[in-house]
Write a new protein. Structure first.
Length: 402
């Protein structure tokens, strides 16, 4: 049955309000007089097909959701987002970008069907219950990340491109300018599938963490929630803490961190006892290994090396090392106080051969700290990797030259 003019006007009014636009704002963007839009919504003015298309796109709606009865009853993709946080409605740039993305996703899905493509296959819905406390949120996030890494065959190494990983799982992965306190948004809807939008104003390492965080919502929360916003205002919610735990393990797998520390001989005890079994006597002989005093203590340059390897922030790496029991809480605070030095250590990220430079910088500092090389050899070594020898030596003297 065709809609009456009044019913169509009401649909259009509801669509406008769902994306927190005033009549004046909508009219300005369409080049209408506000009075004309008011008449359309009141059902006292007819609206032609071109105007309906333009209105639907402005509100991030499909034509079917405006014109068909069965689709109008389903809550639209962006409605829940703008209902959840008023601050998003107060960000016109973000609102317009989300509407733009919604239109793109809907059109893409339509075209995919037109060319005969199979529906987008999303990653598994792990069906995890909501955590009941912080400990359970942490444990769920860690286990979920391990299972998903295993499913994807990622091993224990770093993930070069988080957005690519998410996209390959049939999830839209995009970025947009957002208020600083918002790190990401997750959307689930039949007309768009699943989408992750993260704050493009944040640093690269924070964006990577946000992609992983929102991906956790795709895996664990889409059955019960059609939208979620990750921001400072809801960071203490248990599902947000679960997503943070997931992101830490997904980006910095515990076994991968432990293997990396073992490779650079860090984080172990000062004395290690090993047993050599003799089958002839059926007795064991204790063999003790003594590491150089202080050699196992993790310094800020070690934290920076781990951060650089897994492409995370210095702070994320420091907390992860504490999480894995490799640094004490007191030592963690010392390392966090040295974050500026650590950040300078990895500021070259994105250059050609970043790992080589990171390793040379770490190795030179560690050798100088242990008094295994002189200042002159330190300069010569870092210069080989294209680093500024005087600048590097000034930094190393400041922290390691007693």
């Amino acid at each position: 049955m065709a809609l009456t003019q009044e019913q169509l006007g009401q649909r259009l009014q509801d669509a406008r309000k769902s994306v927190a636009l005033t009549q004046q704002e909508a009219a300005d963007q369409l080049g209408f007089a506000r009075e004309s839009l008011a008449q359309i919504e009141a059902g006292s003015r007819s609206v032609n097909s071109l105007e309906i298309v333009r209105l639907a796109r402005l509100y991030g709606r499909s034509l079917s959701s405006i014109l068909l009865e069965d689709e109008a009853s389903e809550e639209q993709p962006l409605t829940a987002i703008f209902r959840m946080q008023d601050t998003l409605a107060e960000s016109p740039g973000l609102r317009e970008k989300l509407v733009e993305f919604s239109n793109i996703f809907q059109e893409a899905r339509t075209i995919e069907r037109l060319i005969g493509d199979e529906p987008r296959q999303l990653p598994p819905d792990y069906g995890i219950r909501d955590p009941r406390n912080n400990a359970e949120a942490y444990e769920q996030g860690q286990e979920l990340a391990k299972q998903e890494r295993q499913r994807l065959g990622l091993g224990n190494g770093p993930i070069p491109d988080m957005a690519e990983v998410i996209s390959m799982q049939g999830v839209w992965a995009v970025s947009a300018e957002m208020p600083d306190h918002v790190s990401g948004i997750c959307l689930f809807h039949s007309v768009i599938g699943a989408a992750v939008v993260i704050n493009q104003n944040h640093s690269r390492t924070r964006r990577r963490f946000s992609y992983a965080h929102e991906y956790a919502h795709v895996l664990a929360d889409r059955r019960n929630r059609n939208a979620s916003i990750s921001s400072s205002s809801n960071s203490k919610e248990l599902i947000e803490r679960r997503a943070n735990s997931f992101a830490s393990e997904f980006l910095m797998p515990s076994q991968g961190v432990i293997d990396l520390l073992g490779r650079i001989d860090k984080g172990g005890p000062s004395r290690e006892t090993m047993w050599l079994f003799d089958p002839a006597t059926e007795l064991g002989e204790a063999i003790e290994k003594r590491n150089a005093p202080g050699s196992q203590e993790i310094g800020f340059h070690d934290v920076a090396f781990v951060a650089d390897w897994f492409q995370v922030s210095y702070e994320a790496a420091a907390y992860r090392l504490s999480d894995l029991g490799k640094v004490t809480r007191d030592r963690l605070q010392v390392l966090l106080d040295q974050r500026d030095e650590g950040r300078r250590f990895i500021e070259h990220r994105g250059e050609e051969q970043p790992f080589l430079k990171a390793y040379v910088r770490w190795l030179a500092r560690e050798a100088f700290r242990r008094e295994a090389i002189s200042g002159g050899r330190f300069r010569d070594f870092v210069a080989l990797a294209g680093l500024n020898p005087e600048e590097e030596f000034e930094q190393v003297k400041e922290h390691f030259d007693d």
